[in-house]
Design a protein around this ligand. Sequence first.
Ligand code: GLV
Ligand code: MN
Ligand code: MN
Length: 491
Amino acid sequence: MAYFSPNHIFFNTHNTMPTNAVALLILSFFIQLLALPQTLAETNIFSGTKYLYPEILKDEAVTRLIDLGKVSDAHGFLERTFQSPASVRAGNLIQEWMEDAGLRTWLDQMGNVHGRIEGMNPSEKALLIGSHLDTVIDAGMYDGALGIITAISALKVLNITRRIGRLRRPVEVIAFSDEEGVRFQSTFLGSAAIAGVLPVSTLHVQDKSGVTVQGALKINSIDATEENLLQLKYDPKSVWGYIEVHIEQGPVLETAGFPLGVVKGIAGQTRLRVTVKGSQGHAGTVPMKLRQDPMAAAAELIVLLESLCKQPDEYLSYDGQCMDSTVQSLAGSLVCTVGEISTWPSASNVIPGQVTFTIDIRAMDDLGREAIIYEMSNRMYQICDRRSVFCHIDRKHDANAVICDQGLSSDLKSAGYAALKRLTGENPDDVPVLMSGAGHDAMAMSHLTKVAMLFVRCRGGISHSPAEHVSDDDIWAAGVAVLAFIETHIN
Ligand code: GLV
Ligand code: MN
Ligand code: MN
């Protein structure tokens, strides 16, 4: 008797069983269904879309991105800096989602959240997948979060379909605690610690309120000593490679009409803090000729920076220090920005005594970036001398350009291709390869292992803004691509 067909259960006139026995059979049928997540996963739940898992890789991933995007220290906009209350809440949420995906989880002494599955060979080299949980101020909700959530979702699919235990190597998702460097101006606090390239002195760097990195961790009951910071470093022999999914943050993929792209390399970056000190005074009484105004000096310095970075060839000398090829490569990738400026005191009827501002310089050519910093510093000090103000340039952060691993990138490209083919049922065009002007945790992780990145198209190329947007379908495509990539590590 086919009890599993609803028609037979309720309308079989030949059934001579007592009613309570039928009820028991029905109950046991539902119990069996619950005990068979694999069958369910591949039939009912996923609506017949066997390899696409829209309920997890699309619907749930989108919901989680929205939920994480609400975890903010500010009212009305998204802000989550290193070890802030919201970043702790975000870490807890991510840890819950990792556990829901069947991963063993822990929080480390730099505030990174880890979720790991050992697979069949716990002593094999691990595949690491990560991105960051911190944000800029007035951020979008995809930068960082997209890479964490797509990785967790892909592993959740493997867990539900009971394939997670067949992984040939451990897979570990890491939600890094700091990539933006907003609070301490020292980016990659989390990933640099794992890669073993974070100087222990970083623990004593202070934020604007004088709280140190160590102090910020301590407030959240994390005991970060120099000794346990050194212990966070992963043994390179225990790691197979690192991949990161990230919103593109630029317009290339949208212009190409393609949802996914593979990153060839990541621009190097330097962050500086410039302090200009002048003579504080009365706005109405000090004659223009007698002023040592740090605000006017800062304005000239900022315009110098812009001119230099727009036309580096006009400023850099060819006298053997800077080669022609360097100048040419700079012309293609050099970008320089002043993103933060503050004055003290700050009032409309006062000539301020001090102005500080930040400089962010990026280029694919590390030598060229150094040449720009050298030239810019010389010219800035000359301007300050001419204006009789004191200037100091403090180097806060450096990261050299990174070229992604060719083999790993090619695997990721194939996964992207496979994902688009699964989703459309057609052979897609070749997945584009592009450069990244933005910094990523992959830069720090490249000191530990081979790295590769998958970019996801965003609307209007906008990022570091609440207008940042990735379509639900592109999130889905990214999730399917991560899944396809991890599947190549399954027996
Ligand atoms: C990270 O978002 C960066 O500043 O590049
Ligand atoms: Mn980012
Ligand atoms: Mn960012």
